[in-house]
Design a protein around this ligand. Structure first.
Ligand SMILES: [Zn+2]
Length: 109
């Protein structure tokens, strides 16, 4: 068990920061063990990278879907429509990956 700074974001997620101190057990070896303990926690007035990325991607999907719906209704831009649909699928995959990361993170906390 070693001590680290921790940043807590408004979304409730946290990020480990600087290494601060060894625990007694690891002190002799000079190595850090896998277990992290909070040395000092600070609150950050923003969302974490993961949630920010999630929001940005989510917005991109919403906008792309809107465009596709409009193009299809007007019967224009078939090539762009196909391209945009491919993008949407890729972005949705990204969202799923972020969600999975978030869930696996929660389990380890
Ligand atoms: Zn977050």
């Amino acid at each position: 068990m070693c001590f680290y700074d921790q940043q807590i974001f408004v979304c409730g997620d946290h990020k480990w920061g600087r290494f601060r101190a060894h625990c007694n057990k690891e002190y002799r070896t000079g190595e850090t063990c896998g277990m992290k303990l909070i040395f000092e926690a600070s609150r950050v007035a923003s969302k974490c990278q993961m949630c920010k990325k999630y929001e940005v991607t989510w917005r991109k999907i919403a906008q792309a879907k809107e465009r596709v719906a409009r193009w299809e209704a007007e019967g224009i831009n078939p090539v762009s429509t196909d391209k945009e649909k491919v993008n949407i699928v890729a972005w949705q995959k990204e969202l799923k990956e972020i969600e999975m990361q978030r869930q696996s993170r929660m389990r380890t906390v």
